[in-house]
Design a protein around this ligand. Structure first.
Ligand SMILES: Nc1ncnc2c1ncn2[C@@H]1O[C@H](COP(=O)(O)OP(=O)(O)OP(=O)(O)O)[C@@H](O)[C@H]1O
Ligand SMILES: [Mg+2]
Length: 410
């Protein structure tokens, strides 16, 4: 039974004699069961664990099944949970009340196991549809969000590009001009030393000291170098934003061997990774892919470095797998790192989103990667469990529609 087919059932039943056989039966079918003894416990479990199905007894001590159902339905979740009430024959009143409170189905007690099994299977079908709907919706929301962030990024990049350009060029000129100024200053100083009038010599020497000329001669070139470095970094960020937002889209798709690309990329970053993680490659048999190899390598590099950064104290493992179907190839990077909490999963592709300390990450790695995969008409998805690790799954078309790539790269 795959994980998708395996359900998490919350069984709410105050009678142990009644609960145990039902629990055993469901578990024997391969599902997981959590037991709650009253309505309050059911609500608490629901919030903590978000099961797939709730089997809810009606009459229980405390708030009872109907009120528990009402409270559960008030809790906002992003997927549907089936609530099946268990009621005794003749309890039509409570049945109606239960359905009104938010239950979907009912079973007559004592529950017949064959009926229970059929109900679970029906819920399984609903859960499956529900999950794929949820995935589609998430995907849509994500795509739309990335499109608007892309527009914003393109706008910012465009606006910043121009001033950065002239600041960069001005600093270059300033550097050259200052070199000339220092040259003439040196020449003047030499002449000054030969001055016959000692008073004038002393005056010049004191002014030189007062203005701290020796320090300026050291500091000005250092300031210029630092400014050049800063501006270069801003230029790189602007370029990353442009890449992310599809500006300058002149893509040269060529057939390439992705395994070679991954291998050469890993060689480049091996120093950054080797102490943090062992790399395991499980390459499948995949054809050459029509792509911009250098761009995909950048994605592989970002994923590998992120995976290494996610490792804790001990040395972890990064597994890279590849495979293909008829028209697509897939590549996964799986790490045994810290995992990505649900709350931030939808943000990791946003430009400048980072959880790393200042100076360690700019938060552009994944947004760039997202942009690159989009340009390849592919998808990039995350599966992650906090404390266990993360998998990034990339899927790419083997051929790009409307191009004719016949030559090979690498
Ligand atoms: N494999 C991973 N495991 C756990 N968290 C991850 C992983 N990959 C990315 N993240 C999270 O996503 C955030 C954004 O990643 P991204 O690569 O975009 O930026 P960054 O690594 O922080 O900085 P940059 O890549 O620009 O140096 C990271 O700060 C981290 O919180
Ligand atoms: Mg990164």
């Amino acid at each position: 039974m795959s994980d998708i087919e395996k359900l998490h059932v919350l069984l709410v039943e105050d009678s142990r004699t009644y609960a145990m056989p039902v629990k055993t039966f469901i578990e024997e079918k391969g599902h997981r069961v959590t037991l709650a003894r009253c309505g309050e416990e059911a609500v608490a479990h629901f919030q903590k664990e978000l099961p797939d199905i709730i089997l809810m007894d009606v009459i229980m001590p405390g708030i009872g099944g109907i009120e528990a159902t009402r409270q559960i339905r008030r809790i906002k979740t992003d997927r549907w949970v089936s609530i099946i009430m268990m009621t005794s024959l003749g309890g039509n009143e409570s049945l109606i009340e239960g359905l009104e409170a938010g239950a979907d189905e009912y079973l007559i007690k004592p529950v017949r196991f064959d009926v229970l099994e059929a109900r679970i299977r029906a819920s399984q079908r609903v859960a499956k549809v529900q999950r794929s709907l949820h995935d589609v919706r998430q995907q849509l929301v994500q795509t739309e969000k990335m499109a608007s962030i892309g527009q914003l990024a393109a706008g910012i990049a465009h606006e910043i590009n121009n001033p950065i350009g002239f600041v960069f060029s001005n600093i270059g000129s300033l550097e050259r001009y200052m070199a000339s100024v220092f040259q003439i200053l040196d020449a003047h100083e030499k002449v000054a030393e030969t001055l016959a009038n000692p008073e004038q010599r002393a005056q010049l020497a004191s002014l030189r000291k007062e203005l701290d000329i020796d320090f300026l001669k050291e500091d000005i070139p250092a300031l210029i170098a630092e400014s050049k470095d800063g501006i270069s970094r801003v230029k790189n960020i602007v370029q990353d934003l442009k890449d992310f937002s599809h500006v300058d889209d002149r893509l040269d798709f060529q057939l390439a061997d992705l395994h070679k690309g991954i291998d050469s990329t890993l060689n480049i970053v091996s120093n950054e990774i080797k102490y943090k993680a062992e790399i395991v490659k499980e390459y499948g048999d995949i054809p050459e892919v029509e792509c911009v190899a250098a761009h995909l390598n950048q994605v592989f590099m970002n994923l590998a470095i992120n995976a290494a950064h996610a490792m804790g104290e001990g040395r972890g493992k990064i597994t890279i797998r590849t495979g293909c179907s008829k028209e697509r190839v897939w590549i996964t990077f799986t790490d045994t790192g810290c995992g990505i909490p649900n709350e931030i999963r939808s943000k990791v592709f946003d430009p400048f989103f980072t959880t790393k300390p200042i100076g360690k990450g700019t938060g552009l790695g994944l947004s760039l990667s997202y942009g690159i995969i989009q340009k390849h008409h592919g998808t990039i998805e995350i599966e992650s469990e906090v404390g266990k690790g993360t998998t990034f799954l990339i899927s790419l078309p083997i051929r790009q529609a409307g191009t004719d790539a016949t030559h090979s790269k690498w």
